[in-house]
Write a protein that binds this ligand. Structure first.
Ligand code: UD1
Ligand code: CA
Length: 459
């Protein structure tokens, strides 16, 4: 394969999205549209990509960073004009340019490899990827002559009713031979119904110049779905979702109800893990083997060990060890690290806390800005009082501590190893090793008070 450079167009306004954001930064399962296509480009073995930016360029550049080079299209005068802005990157090279649009995220690396191979093997100057669709509305139509050779592409807005009836459409993905392509670009004009420089016109121009133009017709038209509005965004999501689900199921994960499950592209899941309905796995979440995740759980950038259960819970930017139980109804907030064989029970909130192995925090508890040791028992209703109205403070609880129910730990405070804290205590001072701390008023009994005061409660 000769040297191939990809030019990805992403300068358009994307009016039909009705969005403040650039169309190509809209996401499908954790990856923006432009990242989806970029991934296929990379996987096809193409190392150099130029992204043409214009409308909301800042957002596109923020999204792609230094993975690609950029060309700027100051005014959006059409797809042909957009490609011209990137010309300096390829015009003096010998090889091919793959022109792609940032809004066609479903194309696979295989198709991109295939089009380059087809182009090379057939000695074409241009090869366009096409497909037959039931409803060609909005797409450019592929016009062939009596012998079946492609002679030009006509945009919907410029098509005669005869041309508009053609069901073979332009995917917007092409491979060009640089030498001829550069000449064709020079000959583009904007003499059409939209007053734009169309990249699609280079096809007709190359044919007229006597060069060979080929078409790679895909059997699966779903690959070339272009995203122009949010309905198409949803359609593309459904296709990508099915691909993601299939990949996990084929590699040994049980997904009970794919329809109600959402898994971002980057997520990894070990074998024999079962995903229950209503589960959303986002970002760089990694789940080990033999886990039970869900129902109704959301994990964002969570790292989960083996044999762990997460039930009706939310875990954000945190890690959980092996054979640990989380939930139902637990909320693990960013910066937490939970050990092995831990229990984080119902209505427990953990924030920026380290929880040692075999520790139990079973119910109705807030642990924030804390370091909790191994084999600790935290009773029901315990609160780390971490905020004094101005600053956050840390609570440290040593190994084997037993914190009774309804205890407030007013931070900063240290509870050493092997200690007990009596239920209902408000702990403001450090608790030394091997001691019992009691920090509450003693109980008084007023004998016969109910009768003396006439306070009997009768039904
Ligand atoms: C385009 C094709 C059409 C094809 C369809 C496939 C043209 C003229 N038409 O139509 O034949 O069937 O895609 O999805 O090429 N862009 C720029 N600068 C511009 C204009 C557009 O960078 O001045 C970028 C957009 O950001 C977008 C891409 O080019 O990523 C395609 O533009 P869009 O307006 O969506 O073209 P379509 O009307 O869909
Ligand atoms: Ca489009």
């Amino acid at each position: 394969m000769k040297q191939t450079i990809a030019v990805i167009l992403a300068a358009g306004e994307g009016k039909r999205m009705k969005s403040r954001k650039s169309k190509v930064v809209h996401k499908i399962f954790g990856k923006s549209l432009i990242e989806w296509i970029y991934t296929s480009v990379k996987e096809a073995g193409i190392d150099e990509s130029i992204v043409v930016v214009g409308h909301r360029a800042d957002q596109v550049i923020e999204c792609m960073g230094d993975r690609v080079k950029y060309a700027e299209q100051k005014q959006q005068l059409g797809t042909g004009h957009a490609v011209m802005q990137a010309e300096e990157y390829f015009k003096d090279k010998d090889g091919y340019v793959l022109v792609l649009y940032g809004d066609t995220p479903l194309v696979t690396s295989k198709t991109l490899k295939d089009v380059i191979e087809f182009h090379e093997n057939n000695g074409c100057s241009a090869t366009v990827i096409t497909a037959e669709v039931d409803d060609p509305t909005g797409y450019g139509r592929i016009i062939r002559d009596g012998n079946g050779n492609v002679i030009k592409i006509v945009e919907q807005k410029d098509a005669s009713s005869e041309e508009a009836a053609i069901k073979e459409i332009n995917s917007g993905m092409y491979c060009f031979t640089i030498e001829h392509f550069v000449k064709a670009l020079r000959m583009l004009n904007n003499d059409n119904n939209q007053g734009e420089y169309y990249i699609t016109d280079t096809i007709g121009i190359l044919v007229e110049m006597g060069h060979k133009v080929g078409a790679l017709k895909l059997s699966d038209p779903r690959e070339i779905l272009g995203i122009n509005d949010r309905v198409q965004l949803f359609e593309a999501s459904e296709i990508i979702k099915a691909r993601i689900m299939e990949r996990h199921m084929r590699s040994g994960v049980t997904i009970i109800d794919p329809a109600s499950t959402y898994i971002d592209e980057g997520v990894e899941i070990g074998i024999d893990t079962v995903i229950y309905p209503g589960t959303i796995l986002e970002g760089n979440t990694r789940i080990g083997e033999d886990c039970i995740i869900g129902p109704d759980s959301r994990l964002v950038n969570a790292v989960i060990g083996d044999g762990t259960e997460v039930n009706h819970s939310v875990i954000l930017d945190s890690s959980v060890g092996n054979n640990t139980h989380v939930g139902p109804f637990a909320y693990v907030r960013p910066g937490s690290s939970i050990g092995d064989k831990v229990k984080i029970g119902d209505f427990v909130e953990i924030k920026k806390a380290e929880i040692g192995d075999k520790t139990k925090i079973s119910h109705l508890t807030y642990v924030g800005d804390a370091q909790v040791g191994r084999n600790v028992n935290i009773g029901c209703g315990v609160v780390t009082v971490n905020y004094d109205g101005k600053k956050k403070h840390k609570t440290i609880i040593g190994d084997n501590a037993f914190v009774g129910c309804n205890v407030n730990l007013v931070a900063p405070v240290v509870v050493e190893n092997d200690t007990y804290i009596a239920a209902g205590s408000t702990i403001t001072d450090d608790v030394p090793q091997n001691s019992l701390a009691i920090a509450r008023e003693r109980q008084t009994i007023k004998d016969g008070w109910v009768i003396r005061k006439g306070m009997q409660r009768k039904e």
